[in-house]
Design a protein around this ligand. Structure first.
Ligand code: PMP
Length: 461
């Protein structure tokens, strides 16, 4: 049976329920069906070529269809695709664990595998909770069982990770299913201060966090944070020193710090991990997305010797960590992850980033002059352009106008795939993109924003 483009488009609308998507709207539009990728480009089933401006949901590192990553995958597939870490080990997962420990903050010495960013967060939450229980079983009685997270936090879509989420749009509907969290303010400088005053924002947010810790620290097991950038919230970039300040408060008030580097890890912010930029050693590090350079689902939660040791010994039923997904430590994924890190090292990828980051910063300057751009935020190779209807009041366009969606469609016509997050147009270029490709991506985005926002504003009046 030959399958036509028409069949694929029809069956997609008929059978596939897309994530984070209003399906009524989706079904009214022509679906974008990707068939292949090459380097920085994606190709749809009609052969149209697009720059991958979102790294295929923030995962791609070295480009699509990379010969060495492909070879690592097929070589491993020729040996075995999967066995299990329950009661046995496998070679790629051992080598990868060592590689991760060697390349993450020095206090992190243990690696627990899973298969998505959300599960890496679940594991950190459960381990932190159980750690306190084990540390002093006689006195525990449910104390130190709460978690602090930031307003606008996003840590995944499973129930535990949603419980520590702070984005009303995504999370409020599930409230009755969630455990309580304590909320600290997000360092959203643009919205919290008059003149983008980063120092004032940092002090305000750290003071508020300290007030919560002072009063509630005896109930708090851990604090979870997206280091340097709150990605899904619309690239909220933290003021310099904020992360370090959070680490100091966690230490002072005896609360475990969970760094969720699912989005910011693997070079996104210019260093291999974002924590490095402020010499922060978290008690847990959650990684996923870029771990396999966009090839396969794999995640890991790294932790310290001290936490690991609390789980050793008797009684077994209390000190065992009862958690393990079927594909934990999968060989194919670990083999590709190893090759990903080898390529980052061999090609000195991190050394190529400062030039690209500066180039992007220069190219972003003119966006600030656009009448409907309120704020432009950049942290390394992560960019958020916040659209507003009115600069003075910082009022956003009414959601029903779907301005951001129109920007994305316009950019697609121009040859780039990007995604919005609320009123923010997000750019997450593949780290291996050339400056020529980055320039093209920025130019397409500029044209789309300039045209669509002015038109939308005129329609409103
Ligand atoms: N944490 C952060 C900071 C993320 O950005 C994401 C995904 N965007 C997740 C967790 C969840 O990862 P996954 O979608 O792989 O479950």
């Amino acid at each position: 049976m030959t399958v036509s483009i028409y069949d694929l488009e029809t069956w997609d609308k008929e059978y596939v329920w897309h994530p984070f998507t209003q399906m009524k709207v989706y079904r009214q539009e022509k679906p974008l069906i990707i068939e292949r990728g090459e380097g920085s480009y994606l190709y749809d089933i009609e052969g149209k070529k697009y720059l991958d401006g979102y790294s295929s949901l923030w995962v791609n590192v070295h480009g699509h269809n990379h010969p060495e990553l492909n070879a690592a995958l097929t070589e491993q597939a020729g040996k075995i695709a999967h066995s299990t870490l329950l009661g046995s080990a496998n070679v790629p997962s051992i080598l990868l664990a060592k590689k991760l420990v060697d390349n993450t903050p020095p206090n992190l010495t243990k690696v627990f595998y899973s298969d998505s960013g959300s599960t890496s967060v679940e594991i950190a939450l459960k381990m932190a909770y159980q750690y306190w229980k084990l540390k002093d079983p006689a006195r525990f009685s449910g104390k130190k069982s709460k978690f602090i997270s930031l307003r606008e936090a996003y840590h995944g879509d499973t129930i535990g990770s949603v419980s520590v989420g702070g984005m009303d749009t995504f999370h409020h509907i599930f409230k009755p299913l969630l455990f309580d969290r304590l909320e600290a303010p997000a360092p959203y400088t643009y919205r919290l201060t008059e003149n983008n005053d980063e120092e004032a924002c940092k002090t305000m947010c750290l003071d508020a966090l300290e007030a919560i810790l002072k009063e509630r620290h005896s109930e708090v097991a851990g604090l979870i944070i997206e280091p340097l950038v709150q990605g899904a919230a619309g690239m909220i970039t933290a003021p310099v020193g904020f992360l370090r300040g959070v680490r100091e408060l966690c230490t002072r008030y005896n609360v475990l710090m969970i760094a969720d580097e699912v989005a910011v890890g693997f070079g996104r912010t210019g260093t291999l991990f974002a924590c490095e930029q402020e010499q922060v050693e978290p008690d847990f590090l959650c990684i996923a997305k870029g771990l396999t350079a966009g090839y396969l689902p794999l995640a890991a939660t790294l932790t310290t010797e001290e936490i690991f040791e609390a789980f050793l010994g008797e009684p077994e039923e209390l000190r065992t960590f009862f958690h393990g997904h079927t594909y934990t430590g999968n060989q194919l994924a670990c083999a590709v992850a190893l090759k990903n890190i080898e390529l980052i090292e061999r090609e000195d990828l991190l050394a190529t980033l400062p030039n690209k980051i500066n180039f992007l910063a220069q190219k972003l300057i003119p966006f600030r002059e656009l009448p409907h751009v309120g704020d432009v935020r950049q942290q390394g190779m992560m960019i958020g352009i916040e659209l507003v209807q009115e600069k003075a009041s910082k009022k956003t366009f009414p959601a029903q106008m779907q301005v951001e969606h129109q920007v994305i469609l316009r950019a697609r016509m121009g040859g780039a795939i990007i995604r919005p997050l609320g009123p923010v147009i997000v750019l997450m270029p593949i780290l291996s993109m050339s400056t020529g490709e980055l320039e093209q991506l920025i130019d397409i985005t500029y044209e789309a924003i300039a045209t669509v926002t002015v038109r939308a504003h005129a329609l409103q009046r």
